[in-house]
Write a protein that binds this ligand. Structure first.
Ligand SMILES: [Zn+2]
Length: 290
């Protein structure tokens, strides 16, 4: 029974018995784990308040051959959650992404990219108010790291490459876009022109940032403050009703809202259908961002 040292993000905690705590944490090298922290509830001194949700810690634990529950020996704070408590929205966004990681990964499933993304989110949230666009961006990023990124490049039925103008039909069952021809035979939802290409841009923004900020695109480093994609869409993004509006300044915010509403819908639909998990934090998140 060797002592394991790792870096981890605390996902959740709950009291256990008189004085202990059960802690779920996501590590760099072993993915998600659950552990018991003896005396953590009774004596805060032992862990110095390090075992709190959203904290990033250097953790030491013993694995037990007979149990999936590890025994947490020590935890040193590396990045505290201080700054998240200033408003409910920050807490809700943090809760949503930690629950996303918790519910969509299996125990001991290593995913370093997912760890880095969660770390970036929690750190950024301490100083930045996330827009719905930011939330969509990071949700897409996490889906990609989990291997569930929807296909927004080709037709999921016949494999044809799609031009931006053809990206109108989305099949949640098949997990991606359909060409106009296949849309006649596969159930789908139709989206306004320009919406799906903009979702693609949102996801590509990450690669652009990475290449320009770090000079390489090997997938190991991510930009710190997120995408910051708040600029108005060019070329008159049509609203959900399909009504083309002039791109006057007062319309910009409305356009962004239209995009965010559809983006939330398409991901909700896709995640709900394919991943079949209920995220407790999601309803509250929608309420505070809506
Ligand atoms: Zn097709």
């Amino acid at each position: 029974m060797a002592l394991v040292k790792d870096r981890a993000i605390i996902l959740s905690t709950r009291p256990f018995g008189e004085s202990d705590k059960i802690v779920r944490f996501f590590t760099v090298t072993s993915g998600k784990l659950s552990g018991i922290a003896k005396g953590a509830k009774k004596s805060q001194k032992r862990f110095m308040n390090t075992l709190e949700p959203f904290n990033q810690v250097r953790i030491e634990y013993f694995e037990k051959a007979t149990s999936t529950l590890v025994r947490i020996e020590n935890a040193d704070l590396e990045e505290s959650n201080g700054g998240l408590e200033v408003n409910l929205k920050r807490i809700c966004v943090a809760s949503f992404f930690t629950e996303f990681v918790d519910k969509l990964t299996k125990e001991k499933q290593k995913n370093e990219h997912l760890f880095d993304t969660l770390k970036t989110i929690l750190k950024s949230l301490k100083t930045i108010e996330f827009t719905v666009t930011d939330i969509l961006y990071y949700e897409l990023q996490m889906l990609e790291h989990l291997g569930y990124l929807p296909n927004l490049a080709t037709c999921v039925h016949c494999g044809k490459d799609l031009s931006d103008a053809e990206k109108l039909y989305f099949s949640r069952e098949r997990g991606g876009t359909l060409c106009p021809g296949c849309s006649g035979s596969v159930p789908h939802r139709q989206y306004p022109r320009g919406f799906i290409p903009r979702m693609v841009t949102l996801n590509d923004a990450r690669i652009d940032h990475r290449a320009s900020r770090h000079g390489h695109a090997d997938g190991h480093e991510y930009p710190r403050g997120g995408p910051r994609v708040h600029e108005a869409p060019t070329g008159g993004y049509p609203l959900a009703g399909g009504v083309e509006r002039a791109t006057r300044a007062p319309m910009i915010a409305e356009n962004a809202k239209g995009f965010e509403r559809l983006g939330t819908e398409i991901l909700e639909d896709f995640v709900g259908f394919h991943l079949a998990v209920e995220l407790k934090s999601y309803r509250l998140l929608k309420r505070v961002t809506g």
